[in-house]
Design a protein around this ligand. Structure first.
Ligand code: CA
Length: 395
């Protein structure tokens, strides 16, 4: 048994959920919970110990558990914590190195926001140097767009360099993207569905959102720059979105809740958060490129919170499904080393990033990007978010 070292990232206060297989049963996907460097076979535990939720926990994806709602999420987590402390000998724990991790849930709809004021300001300055950096709507609503759910992939999946149109002085040409980038983001996984026509207020956030994961929203800046006016991102984004293999339940992040930055503009009622529970999260993200740290974006600096995003994306009556995924948008802080994408870090290629194996403006074939993060947990402990790794392959 791994002990619950308070300085460890995957102790009893964390317990993130994933889906795994083992070499002797490669087609048998099972729900697991990470505990230290081990994986608890949750379905086996629930069956052996007589959990009333065993049917949900022996499913091949998290979706049935997601759909079951907050009361069940809390009960399963409480049971698991009890089993780990009181009946550890009755659990099946597998070494993390012996399992293969899979995309832990079937993604229903995928929405990507644009919630960092620092990121939006920097991108505005780069893409629209002659205009105001923020668009007139930016401080009044969390801007987002619908992405492609079917190309959300689990950490470790190679990312093939996308091909597409880009603009040149001689007109558009077709070929592999020459400005492939990352976006360090945080994803929120929706569990309990909602009813078509009924908006979900910020106050119901914890009833509907199951947990959190790191997310890399790979972006082809040259394709994006040519295609995005007037309808927004399309092929420059839809080729791959990587998520961590572990979904950290919201309950594990209670000690990380924090107030968002001061609001500079009054908000309409459904977005107002001056009296709401704090909707921000203190997540400390690290971005590495081929093993070198290139950025440390602070999630606490995000202007728009996840509860506001949930309220906004349902305010028109759009309903939620179990497995919906919404992402924060690139996480960038106010300092240059806190910028969550190469577009900002290199200022559109003007200031390359220095690595031991050479300079980078955008990603080269063979480059590997890894996002990691931790959050403060109870009693001085730390909560680790599962990493998101991805290596770029030739087109
Ligand atoms: Ca994005």
């Amino acid at each position: 048994m791994p002990d619950n070292d308070p300085t460890g990232l995957y102790g009893l206060s964390n317990l993130p959920y994933g889906v795994f297989t083992t070499a002797d049963a490669p087609d048998h996907r099972r729900i697991g919970v990470r505990y230290g460097d081990a994986v608890v076979d949750l379905g086996a535990a629930a069956t052996a110990l007589g959990s009333p939720h065993a049917a949900l926990l022996t499913a091949p994806t998290l979706n049935p558990l997601l759909a079951a709602g907050r009361t069940v999420w809390s009960a399963v987590r409480a049971d698991l914590r009890g089993w780990l402390t009181e009946r550890p000998d009755e659990l099946t724990l597998l070494p993390l190195s012996d399992v293969t991790l899979h995309l832990p849930f079937e993604v229903a709809d995928y929405v990507d926001f644009y919630a960092s004021e620092h990121h939006a300001t920097n991108v505005g300055r780069i893409f629209r140097p002659d205009g105001a950096p923020l668009t007139p709507n930016w401080k009044h609503l969390p801007i987002g767009y619908h992405g492609r759910a079917g190309t959300v992939v689990v950490s470790g999946t190679p990312v093939v360099r996308p091909q597409g149109q880009r603009r040149t002085p001689d007109g558009p040409v077709f070929g592999p993207s020459q400005r492939l980038d990352i976006e360090a983001e945080v994803g929120f996984v929706v569990g309990a569905p909602s009813t078509l026509g009924e908006p979900v207020p910020q106050s119901a956030f914890r009833d509907h959102v199951f947990g959190v994961c790191l997310l890399n929203d790979w972006s082809a800046r040259d394709i994006q720059a040519w295609e995005y006016v007037p309808l927004g991102p399309f092929l420059g984004k839809s080729f791959a979105t990587s998520v961590s293999a572990w979904i950290t339940p919201l309950e594990a992040l209670d000690a990380a809740r924090c107030a968002p930055p001061e609001r500079t503009h009054p908000l309409l009622d459904y977005l107002a958060d001056d009296t709401a529970d704090p909707g921000g999260l203190d997540l400390r993200i690290t971005v590495t490129l081929n093993g070198t740290t290139i950025a440390e974006p602070p999630f606490s600096a995000m202007y728009w919170t996840a509860p506001q995003q949930l309220a906004h994306m349902t305010v028109n009556g759009a309903s939620l499904r179990a497995g919906d995924l919404f992402a924060s948008g690139t996480v960038s802080g106010p300092e240059p080393h806190q910028r969550g994408c190469l577009l900002e870090l290199t200022w559109s290629g003007e200031n390359p990033v220095e690595l031991p194996d050479g300079r980078r403006t955008f990603l080269e074939d063979g480059d590997e990007v890894v996002l990691t993060a931790w959050a403060p947990g109870p009693d001085g402990s730390r909560i680790g978010l599962g990493e998101v790794a991805g290596k770029v392959c030739k087109a």
